[in-house]
Design a protein around this ligand. Sequence first.
Ligand code: FAD
Ligand code: SF4
Ligand code: SF4
Length: 883
Amino acid sequence: MNHHQPQPKIGVYVCHCGTNIAGTVDVAKVAETMAQEPNVVVSREYKFMCSEPGQNIIIQDIKEHHLDRVVVASCSPLMHEPTFQKACEKAGLNPYLFQMVNIREQCSWVHQDRDKATAKAIALIRAAVGRVVYQEPMEKVKVTINPQTLIVGGGIAGIQAALEIADSGHKVYLVEKESTIGGKMAKFDKTFPTLDCAACILTPKMVSVAQHENIELLTYSEVESVTGSIGNFTVKIRKKARYVKDNCTSCGECSQVCPVQAPNPFDENMSLRSAIYKTFPQAIPNTYVIDKEDRPPCRETCPIGQEAAGYIALAAQGRFQEAARLIREQNPLPLICGRVCYHPCESECNRALVDEPVAIKNLKRFIIDWELAHGGPYLPKPPTEKKGKVAIIGSGPAGLACAHDLALKGYQPTIFEKLPVAGGMLAVGIPEYRLPKKLLQQEIDGIKKLGVTIQTNMALGRDFNLSDLFKQGFQAVFIATGAHKSLKMNIPGEEDFKGVYHGVDFLRHVNLHQPQPIGEKVAVVGGGNTAIDAARTALRLGAKEVTILYRRTRKEMPAEEAEIEAAEAEGVKIEYLIAPVEVLGEKGQVTALKCTRMELGEPDASGRRRPVPVPGSEHLKSFDTVIIAVSQSPEIDFNQGSQTLKLTKWNTITVNPETLETGIPGVFAGGDVVTGPDTVITAMSDGKRAAEAIDKYLQGEPLENFKTHRSRQLAPRTPDDRPHRFAPRFKDTPRQPRLRIKELDPLERRTNFQEVELGFSEEEAIQEARRCLHCGLCVECHACEKVCEAQAIDHSMQDEIIEIKVGQILIATGYQTMDPKDLIPYGYGRFPEVYTSLEFERLVNSAGPTGGRILMKNGREPRSIAIIHCVGSRDINHHPSCS
Ligand SMILES: Cc1cc2nc3c(=O)[nH]c(=O)nc-3n(C[C@H](O)[C@H](O)[C@H](O)COP(=O)(O)OP(=O)(O)OC[C@H]3O[C@@H](n4cnc5c(N)ncnc54)[C@H](O)[C@@H]3O)c2cc1C
Ligand code: SF4
Ligand code: SF4
């Protein structure tokens, strides 16, 4: 209270209520005690404070003592608060400067000990005296009441209430969280007491709701918040995305083609339904809805957002053509990805929580190989109207993906490639035995058919520069020149002898069929994929013994585990914790490496423990060929002239990570030249994003709200971390290990460049695809979209928040069924033929999972049925409020 305001003057009145209070509470003592309280001016007791003489005492005191606060300690406020407030008002005191204390129900009626009851009364009144000081006068105001009503819950109660209120001429919003109204009654077969058919009573009412002009139906919606007060509420409602628009004709074609089958909650999970469904035939609104929990982790982690779960679901049903088409809609190089992608999708696959990840990469490979063998690739048609010319520098996965997407957007892309072949590292880095070049050529030919021109032997900086391109009419440029410069170790002798190669140069020469003389004893220095590829390539070129020297341990090796195993199977040896310090030779030819032993020290910037030389451990190892494969960086000798690109200290090009714009207007960059050595799929992701950015740029649109995917970091993975519905059937999934792909025999394959991996058979592909858990339910295979004649399906739909104003809210959210598993003696969940009443309703319902026949899980009719009533409600362990 403000110190400058006058002190309040409080009157306290203690009622005897005959002997009701005074019989147990020492009212005289209470009144005397309260008289001593701060700010209390008068404190009295009286037989019946509510009587007229009682009220007059208060009125008189207010006037005489100028009381500005009153506390009455008597019976319940429900009974007499208004009585005393009126008395205050009569005396000219605002009725809200009054406090009432219930010392009858709280003290005298519930206690026998006079002293304790009295002490409690004093404590309660003292608290009221303390509170009343803070009260402020309030005035009565008249407000208009909004006549609109919100009903939450579209079961039979909500439906009936909505119809009656709407019939009285007032607007009703009926909010239902499910996709249809009807609630539990829609699941019943019969309703008591007349044993009428539930549907016959319910469905006409549902139709009336849909048709009533005063009812606005909001299904698949939930109340988010309510503000305001009685008569005037503002309610926020989340309309969840149905992914099916109102023009759905309910033909059901979509659910016929949906490859996902999940337990059907409407049938109490005793049947399956597809991810696109209508809850029951008479559902209101009578449209389909897609059950989409979240995007599956395989898709979210893929840098191009490939709908892996979608093509896997189609493959599981043998629908390989559709699967291939789905893959190609998103992925310009699926033949490549099916063979060499490092599959971040598999690292996050939820199936690993059951046993092992789904073999997503190998399934993609099978589907696309199948497509090739059955009529060739599906090629989308670019628009006939052309938008403009775009130059792309570099024909690796970034350049090819960009050209592919630009062509489909109506542009005329030209790729300029420095080397005599197109494909970037796919052509000159990755060896033939992992990626047959004729398959790469097939993909490139497909991209050319979209209208993409590729000019080989044309290098930026050597044959033309950026301003030449703009002069020639190119409106934008995408630089995707990769990282082709082998890094040197900078040790003595590295440049001095024949027989010393550097990783990517060595592989490029081999891939371009340029001679690379190889000795008998080969050392490969490094621990990444380039080192492994160099070692396996050296074997195939005739080396007798190939040893990889790596300065850390196997745990820190950046190469793919599968690649390391394949190399070892072929006979490549790996020595850990060793590093060359000098290359030695005789007569111009390498003969040995001087090496030092290493040990692991503190972690470095990469988080891996830093290797440190062991003093005095230097020793010689003889080799006649040494391949140094310790990494590579971009060759940016083209970055000269009036306008230069900004570079990082690793010689990568600096771009805006969102838009891939460089500092030069109209010039974009992506792939390894920006990220440093990375992967095919991240380069493709950049290529696709660059195509979208260039399109926006050339159309004069702001470079924001990109549609191209960026992979999402997912929460750490344990069975409990991810919600169960995200991997819906994970707990019940029988273990089934992932199928291994067949390979050529290691001893046979090490002598040639034939493709090592052989792929799945049709049966194997189906078997492996069936391991997918359909995380998130709808797997976005888009099969439904393709058959929907009304074009009602929209996977991009978002939840919508709407705001409504209502005067009253009616809650009709029904009941939750009890989980009978806790009632252990009844055996529910342990014995297959114990049902809940709701499950039994579905079994006897002609629209239920058994068409109305009571059948056991083995399909046979039971000989006898026992029905146990009131199992839960009569058990105080579960329902304490039950009689
Ligand atoms: C040996 C090796 C094995 C690999 N294996 C895998 C694998 O199994 N899986 C995986 O995901 N990733 C792998 N990678 C990485 C992957 O190949 C690259 O990350 C990817 O190719 C990068 O794509 P990009 O388009 O950015 O560049 P690149 O593929 O390097 O293509 C760039 C192109 O630009 C051309 N170019 C350069 N300068 C100019 C210029 N001035 N003018 C015109 N053209 C120019 C180059 O000749 C090249 O063709 C491997 C890399 C290497 C080196
Ligand atoms: S996109 Fe595929 S999985 Fe999703 S609802 Fe349509 S058909 Fe079913
Ligand atoms: S189980 Fe299937 S849907 Fe789930 S992450 Fe793995 S592949 Fe994707």
